[in-house]
Design a protein around this ligand. Structure first.
Ligand code: FE2
Ligand code: FE2
Length: 197
C-alpha cells in the first residue's frame, strides 16, 4: 500500500537533501527498527517503516522556520513551545502531510507525538516512539541496553516505554531542566499499570 504520494526513492532523496548525514542515518535506523518491531508485534511493518523514515523530516529546519510553521499553521500547547527541541515533531507531521501526501492518521499521530509521547498511545505510536530511542545506527549502545531488553518481556512495549521515561526524567533532573507535565502524567500512568505496590 502507498502511504505517501511519492516513491520511496524520492522520499529517501528528499531526506538525504534536507537532513544531516547523522540524522539521515538515524531516520533509516528508526524506520528499520520500527519495521522489525512491527513484525514482532504483528502490526503493519511497512507503515511503521514509513513513519520511522518521516518522524524527524523537519528536524534540520532552522528554528525560525519551525516556529514560523507552528505559528501560522499549527495549534500547539504552550508547554510544548517552551523547548525548541520538541518543535520538529508537530512540524514533521505537518510536512509529512503537506509535502509527501501522508493521510494515514496513525502515521501522522506517531510522528506528531514521537518526542514527548502522549497518554494512551497505540502500539503503533509506542513502536515509533521506542524505535526513535533504540535504533542502533546512531543511538548509544549503553542507552539501548537500558530500554530494549524490556521489549522481550510480557507487556514489553509498556515496560520499555516506562524505562525510557525514567531515563528521560532522570536526565532532565540531572541537567537542571524542567519536566513537562505530560511526561510526569505518562510516567505515573505507566508506573500504576506496571508496578502495583
Ligand atoms: Fe525527533
Ligand atoms: Fe528521531
Amino acid at each position: 500500500m502507498n502511504y505517501t504520494k511519492i516513491s520511496n526513492d524520492d522520499l529517501l532523496n528528499w531526506l538525504k537533501t534536507n537532513l544531516s548525514e547523522k540524522r539521515f542515518q538515524h531516520s533509516i535506523g528508526t524506520a528499520e527498527t520500527a519495521r522489525d518491531l512491527g513484525i514482532k508485534f504483528g502490526l503493519d511493518s511497512e507503515k511503521l517503516y514509513i513513519a520511522g523514515l518521516l518522524h524527524d523530516c523537519a528536524k534540520c529546519f532552522p528554528n525560525e522556520k519551525l516556529k514560523e510553521i507552528i505559528d501560522n499553521y499549527l495549534d500547539i500547547e504552550e508547554a510544548e513551545i517552551i523547548s525548541y527541541k520538541t518543535w520538529h515533531a508537530p512540524v514533521s507531521a505537518y510536512i509529512a502531510q503537506k509535502e509527501f501526501g501522508v493521510e494515514d492518521e496513525e502515521i501522522l499521530s506517531s510522528i506528531r507525538w514521537h518526542t514527548i509521547g502522549k497518554m494512551n498511545m497505540t502500539d503503533f505510536e509506542k513502536i515509533v516512539f521506542l524505535a526513535d530511542k533504540i535504533e542502533p545506527k546512531t543511538r548509544e549502545q549503553s542507552y539501548i541496553d537500558l530500554i530494549a531488553p524490556y521489549i522481550k518481556e510480557k507487556d514489553g512495549l509498556n515496560k520499555a516505554l516506562l524505562a525510557s521515561y525514567k531515563e528521560t526524567i532522570m536526565s532532565l533532573v540531572k541537567r537542571d531542566l524542567k519536566i513537562c507535565f505530560a511526561t510526569i502524567e505518562i510516567y505515573n500512568k505507566l508506573e500504576e499499570r506496571l508496578n502495583v505496590n
